[in-house]
Write a protein of this length. Structure first.
Length: 276
């Protein structure tokens, strides 16, 4: 089956969906929306694989360590559950051997969510993130799978690091999810072989219109980043993969193409990038 839409970055394995995960996933699949559950650390990477195996088609996984999890940080109850006062998510050291075993699974199609997030961080933490990111690029090149990249306030360093791996990166290299960079950043990453995914924020903020216009449709993907950042008309509610249609509508509008062209083109892009 060829899907109608592909949500390339979602987290239905997170605690936010513990009570109705199957219903949420089936709502999307029944309407032709495939999805990729993205791992952010050990537990959510394993859970992404387990979730994918419950469905014969249309649900895939990535495995990796989010830069914010390289040291103790704010406890996100939507991701990890619980939420006792004062409890923080553990700081994890990236262990290639552990993630290598996960990456061998047939449902795993990318390494990440990995990258750099410099929001309110000191130099020591930045160095931890760079080291973990480099190890995950090494793993991606070893297992010949693309990268699922997270980047916030760190595009210069991100581009510098991935440029140093230019000769060994997979082709295509990967996707920068929830892209927030400038046109110059997009130009550099296009040259390095990356795709770009956009989510619900583009339905209520005009900040990204120019970069969306600049990036060729052949390099654009859709995402929800559920349970976060629900698009209009669902703002303030828990996001879910089915809502990716609202992202598709807005991209089609900004790119001045038909909704059908935007959906079909981005599905081709996703299948090409992730080998599906």
């Amino acid at each position: 089956m060829i899907p109608h839409l592909f949500d390339v970055h979602t987290h239905t394995q997170f605690a936010a969906f513990k009570d109705d995960q199957d219903a949420v996933i089936r709502r999307a699949l029944d309407l032709g929306v495939w999805m990729m559950n993205v791992g952010t650390q050990r537990d959510t990477s394993q859970a992404a694989i387990e979730t994918a195996h419950r469905y014969p088609e249309g649900v895939y996984a990535t495995v990796g360590l989010h830069p914010s999890h390289t040291e103790k940080s704010y406890h996100d109850t939507q991701e990890l559950g619980g939420g006792e006062k004062g409890f923080t998510s553990r700081g994890e050291e990236f262990e290639p051997s552990y993630y290598r075993e996960l990456a061998k699974d047939s449902k795993v199609v990318a390494i990440g969510e990995c990258g750099l997030d410099y929001y309110r961080l000191g130099e020591e933490t930045k160095e931890k993130q760079k080291a973990a990111f480099s190890k995950q690029i090494d793993l991606a090149t070893e297992v010949k799978k693309p990268l699922m990249i997270h980047c916030r306030h760190a595009f210069a360093d991100l581009i510098s690091i991935v440029s140093s791996y230019l000769q060994v990166l997979s082709s295509p290299a990967g996707v920068v999810h929830f892209f927030t960079g400038a046109i110059d950043d997009a130009r550099s990453l296009l040259d390095l072989g990356f795709y770009f995914s956009f989510g619900g924020v583009i339905t209520f903020a005009r900040d990204y219109d120019e970069v969306v216009k600049y990036i060729p449709l052949e390099r654009i993907l859709f995402e929800t980043d559920a349970p976060y950042v629900a698009p209009v008309p669902y703002r303030g509610k828990r996001n879910e993969p089915l809502y990716v249609i609202e992202v598709a509508k807005k991209i089609a509008e900004v790119k001045n193409v038909s909704l059908e062209e935007a959906c079909a083109g981005t599905v081709r892009n996703a299948r090409n990038l992730f080998g599906i």
